[in-house]
Write a protein that binds this ligand. Structure first.
Ligand SMILES: Nc1ncnc2c1ncn2[C@@H]1O[C@H](COP(=O)(O)OP(=O)(O)OP(=O)(O)O)[C@@H](O)[C@H]1O
Ligand SMILES: [Mg+2]
Length: 402
């Protein structure tokens, strides 16, 4: 090794130091979306409701069915994982439950789904060469000969249905029909799409039982704070993330009620603190997600009306420097901008209407202040889906060309 190589190596080691020696982070894995927490935050009643759909499941011959629906990040997947593990432990000694979780987005065809089911029962299941009917038969044989119960979760099942219709679901629900024995398989179907039931045939719906539907509501601010807290406690040094920081994460993610956003904001904040070599994650480390920023295209502001753009520009200018702006200040900035571009400002009522339009389009978020001073209509405006500087300069460019 030449002298040069040695110095390169030690430089590399220096800059890689941070990887191991986290001042905040002890274990990164709980910050991953795939981590299944030991307990779920704020989903006790949903778990009980799900359990009620599996009444008597500890007895041979009994099976359960459930349909779980809810928006992105409402915890559908993690709920089925937590439930599956808890259930199989609860009936341990009475019944052996084998879990199979198939994500139909990753395995969208009937034969791919069946392949995944067969693999969860037998990791040596050959990859091809069997028809769907044959695989179902072999799944049934496997279950019977081992005396097990299969808890099958078809996650994002709408993808399978859209592609290949209901056929497989129908067959799976009838796996025991015309056979000796019962209760081979419990089925849980998961979908973001609340029209899922409408896509199923009446014969399937009657087999599912209409009461076996669980709707997951978006998370409240408190639950999101709890979810961020749980992840922090499992991954970071004690005391490294304060209440205020967690509250800010909760506030930001409450706009959508998406747990994934709360985790993402926490992870990014931890990373920022680590990068600066600090041992404490501060509220300032929590910033609107730039990943999400990409989810609303800046071009989405192009179709707005002239004055809607000017209202938005005022908001953007302030949000470049501050986290939120009051509606009163937004009004003042709008008036200043109207002077700047030599147009007449609209009335206060019209301004307010524009603000609501911007909110409806998902460009800004508002929250009411706790105090009701003056007109009592003060709201605080934030922007979590886009980067204020980027949107502001887009609008400025357009007006300066005029
Ligand atoms: N109640 C909860 N307690 C703790 N963590 C949670 C809770 N709900 C969700 N999470 C976590 O938030 C993330 C998103 O949850 P999950 O993947 O279950 O959402 P989903 O509803 O399946 O979303 P999608 O519709 O995109 O599939 C996961 O990392 C999950 O562990
Ligand atoms: Mg999911």
């Amino acid at each position: 090794m030449s002298k040069n190589d040695v110095s390169t190596t030690s430089m590399m080691a220096d800059y890689l130091d941070r990887i191991g020696a986290g001042k905040v982070l002890l274990d990164r894995s709980p910050l991953s979306f795939d981590w299944t927490p030991p307990t779920l935050v704020g989903r006790d009643s949903e778990l009980s409701e799900l359990a009620s759909m599996f009444l008597g499941i500890d007895n041979e011959g009994v099976s359960g069915r459930a349909v779980i629906m809810g928006h992105v990040g409402t915890g559908k997947t993690v709920l089925t994982k937590r439930f599956g593990e808890d259930l199989s432990r609860a009936v341990d000694g009475k019944r052996k439950v084998v879990l199979s979780h198939v994500n139909c987005r990753n395995h969208p065809s009937t034969s791919q789904v069946l392949q995944q089911i067969a693999l969860s029962l037998d990791s040596r299941h050959p990859e091809r060469g069997f028809s769907s009917g044959e695989i179902i038969q072999s799944v049934r044989r496997n279950i019977r000969s081992r005396g097990i119960h299969l808890l099958l979760v078809l996650d994002e099942v709408d993808v399978l249905i859209r592609r290949d219709s209901n056929d497989l679901i129908y067959k799976l629900l009838r796996i025991d029909e015309g056979q000796e024995g019962q209760g081979s398989l419990s089925l849980v179907m998961v979908s973001q799409d609340s029209h899922l039931l409408g896509q199923l045939e009446p014969a399937i719906i009657s087999r599912l039982g209409e009461s076996n539907v669980l709707m997951l509501e978006p998370y409240s601010e408190n639950s999101l704070i709890g979810i961020a807290k749980q992840r922090y406690e499992a991954s970071c040094r004690n005391g490294s993330v304060g209440e205020e920081t967690l509250e800010k994460i909760g506030r930001f993610s409450a706009e959508t009620g998406d747990a994934r956003l709360a985790i993402e904001l926490l992870e990014a904040a931890v990373r920022r603190a680590e990068k600066e070599g600090r041992g404490e994650v501060l509220p300032e480390d929590v910033l609107p997600s730039t990943v999400r920023a990409a989810s609303i295209e800046p071009s989405q502001v192009d179709h707005l009306g002239e004055h809607q753009k000017l209202v938005l520009l005022g908001i953007c200018r302030r949000l470049r420097k501050e986290e939120e702006i009051s509606s009163g200040d937004a009004r003042k900035l709008y008036e200043i901008i109207c002077e700047e571009f030599e147009v007449k400002a609209k009335s206060y009522t019209t301004f307010w209407k524009y603000l609501k339009t911007l909110e409806k389009e998902g460009l800004v978020e508002t929250r009411s202040s706790n105090s009701t001073v003056g007109r009592g209509r003060t709201q605080y405006i934030t922007m979590t889906n886009m980067i204020p500087a980027e949107i502001g300069s887009r609008i400025e460019k357009e007006f300066s060309r005029r």
